[in-house]
Design a protein around this ligand. Structure first.
Ligand code: GLN
Length: 305
């Protein structure tokens, strides 16, 4: 059996072909008009190993907004800057069986965000980012990530303009509820910051480099923070489908409505995919199929004997 670091483009090709058949069964989301125009046939993958090898395949030049894939890194940043004790006062680490933008779940939980991988948790954490306003917070966070991971995320201004114009009424309602339950200070700047960090964009290579931060020892990050983020991704990263994929794939993963998907293989590396069509939960169908095939063939699951 090959190791992740030994894979060639020829090895990846059949898995990608299969994944693209699955992707064709999904739908490109239409809530944000600029996301809706993404070509559903795009498929890109980048694998980064902790030993230094890396390989990209297919439409790797595509730049896409991270959307919810930024959430684990928002959590990581705040854990590093403010410490776990503080961060865990604001958000829980309980999986949710409701959709990622469920207001009902938040209300049922008395206004406390269940975890930072869903919108209520991420909007709450966006409110706590250091910086005088949303622009400065986003800039500082983006710089920190780029420096640490040697990646090149940028803020996609035209995507942000589109996100603002089509602002999600559900996210706004979530922010109002968080405010009334005392978890959020400033509704407008929290939503503004949340929308901006969702529009941080890059290629699959950038996303894989970010994932590598969580896979390898890094003297700039506390290992217990990486462990916490990986644990939350594992149990909550794919929303209500997290438990199913924890068993089927066995890796910490995070999806975004922009078509991005990140899988972390602790101590080994990270796999980033881009494929715009989503399933009914909001996870990129083809990207998940690809990771499942790869993880199965190479026995990447953290539970592999
Ligand atoms: N900005 C998106 C939203 O809040 C991000 C959600 C996601 O990627 N699942 O609707």
């Amino acid at each position: 059996m090959k190791q992740l670091s030994q894979l060639t483009a020829k090895d990846l090709s059949p898995w990608i072909q299969q994944a693209q058949i699955q992707a064709a069964k999904g739908l490109v989301p239409d809530r944000i008009p600029q996301l809706a125009v993404a070509d559903p046939r795009y498929f890109a993958v980048h694998i980064c190993c902790t030993t230094g090898e890396s390989i990209g395949y297919q439409d790797t030049a595509c730049v896409f907004p991270l959307m919810s894939v930024i959430k684990p890194f928002l959590l990581l940043y705040l854990l590093e800057k403010l410490g776990a004790e503080k961060v865990l006062q604001w958000v829980g680490v309980e999986p949710s069986t409701a959709p990622f933008n469920s207001l009902e779940q938040l209300i049922a939980d008395g206004g406390r965000p269940r975890n930072p991988m869903i919108n209520s948790g991420a909007i709450t954490l966006a409110d706590k980012l250091p910086g005088k306003d949303a622009n400065q917070r986003t800039q500082q966070f983006c710089q920190w990530l780029n420096q640490l991971a040697s990646c090149q995320l940028t803020l996609d201004e035209s995507m942000l303009a589109c996100v603002r114009l089509s602002r999600s009424p559900t996210n706004l309602a979530i922010a109002h509820h968080l405010h009334s339950s005392g978890y959020l200070e400033n509704i407008e700047s929290a939503i503004d910051t949340y929308e901006q960090i969702c529009c941080l964009s890059g290629q699959v290579a950038d996303l894989a480099l970010l994932g590598k931060l969580l896979a390898a020892e890094n003297h700039l990050l506390k290992p217990q923070n990486c462990q916490l983020v990986n644990g939350v991704m594992f149990t909550c990263g794919l929303y209500q489908a997290s438990a199913e994929f924890a068993i089927r794939i066995g890796l910490p993963m995070k999806s975004g409505v922009g078509g991005g998907l990140l899988a972390v293989i602790p101590r080994v590396g990270a796999i980033a995919c881009y494929s715009p069509p989503l399933d009914s939960v909001g996870n990129p169908l083809g990207a998940i199929a690809f990771i499942e095939a790869l993880s199965g063939s190479l026995q990447l699951s953290v539970f592999s004997p």
